[in-house]
Design a protein around this ligand. Sequence first.
Ligand code: FPP
Length: 248
Amino acid sequence: MTQPLHAGREGYLPLHVAIIMDGNGRWAAARGLPRVEGHRRGVEALRKTVRAASDLGIRVLTIFSFSSENWSRPQSEIRDLLSLLRRFIRNDLANLHKSNVRLRVIGERENLAPDIRGLLEEAESLTRHNDGLTLVVAFNYGARQEIARAARRLAIEVAEGRLTADEITPERLGRYLDEPGLPDPDVIIRTSGEQRLSNFLLWQAAYSELVFVPVNWPDFDRPALENAIAEYRRRERRFGGLIAQIGS
Ligand code: FPP
């Protein structure tokens, strides 16, 4: 499933980059601004990053936009984040489509407000035949929840006699994850200096390189993405074996 070598315009590029966009609140606090201002600037950083990733020839960009755990934030901040998502899709969908971006959404959809579900479905359906960058928005997403959903579906197959317990392998479980057709992320970038995965893509991150960037998300831009990719290219990936997969 993992294809580590991808010759992009600038040499070997990660095929799939995933980003934990962290530090919006700290960015705002450092400037005496309300947290929502940090999130707004975060959307701008996201636009720049999508453009840069697309120009560089990266095939898949996954962004952590709202976690299953974010519901524990104050109601007013949840409202702000949801309305930024609504606005992002309403304002940017046409442009993303024109830029040949295919949009996919991972996470739990069942309990979302119907208008948000509708927007997410519209975004996926409009862009489904595009073959440029695949932008995966992790929304209401938690990796443990995703793995539990996959396990539940396998359990149903076993209960209905279509599968035996012995037939459950990592490959088969992987096929029940939210976006089974995509390659695993080659690199996961987290901004703001925090060094943890916070329930993001735990299954898919088995062999991902982790790059921690000391800038807050609103300050992330094309040079920051290029630096993170340069750091990834300096790493030697072995996938549990002996042969280095990336040369310098
Ligand atoms: C982390 O900053 C960021 C988030 C919880 C959400 C990221 C959301 C956006 C960039 C905007 C909305 C997304 C879309 C797709 C429209 P934080 O609030 O945890 O920052 P802190 O750790 O400094 O408080």
